[in-house]
Write a new protein. Structure first.
Length: 168
């Protein structure tokens, strides 16, 4: 499987984050921290997540993306929007149908050409388990055909965290 790379750069109306390769649980916490850091710079901060070169999104990365979207994409001028060509969008979101409530741009974002790699750092076992649990809770509450499966995964991690046994 390909290696995942997260890149961030400036665009015409704010920041752009490119997800290149697969978006998986290993990259998800770094993605979450980066998005929060950029969007918490001020109320006018904007970010486009460009998924054009994304091969796949595992459920944890998908749940993290949905959670960030819920946090930052409210109102008439959302601070977080996505871009993915229709074929990529169908491949990434088709099974979960989460894309039905996400806002997508019609045109690819144009960056200034100066891209920085986002460092991928791992979390300790409990923090990673909590991250996975929260991502799956978000997916479960978003509905769709896989909601009950996502709820079961979230509950399993909640039970393990409560019992201080984590198998992330």
């Amino acid at each position: 499987m390909s290696t995942s790379v997260l890149k961030v750069g400036r665009g015409e109306d704010g920041w752009i984050c490119r997800v290149e390769g697969p978006g998986r649980v290993g990259e998800s916490p770094a993605f979450e921290r980066m998005v929060a850091r950029l969007l918490e710079q001020g109320p006018d901060s904007r970010l486009v997540v460009d998924l054009s070169d994304c091969e796949m999104l595992d459920s944890t990365f998908l749940g993290c993306l949905a959670s960030l979207y819920k946090r930052y994409a409210r109102g008439d001028l959302p601070r977080l929007v996505l871009f993915a060509p229709e074929d990529v969008r169908q491949r990434l979101f088709g099974a979960s149908q989460i894309d039905r409530y996400l806002r997508f741009r019609a045109v690819a974002p144009q960056g200034d050409g100066d891209w920085m790699d986002v460092p991928i750092t791992s979390l300790d076992e409990r923090s990673l388990a909590r991250h996975i649990m929260e991502a799956h809770k978000t997916l479960a509450t978003s509905g769709g055909p896989l909601a009950s499966a996502f709820a079961a995964i979230a509950q399993q991690f909640a039970d393990e965290l409560a019992g201080n046994t984590v198998s992330a």
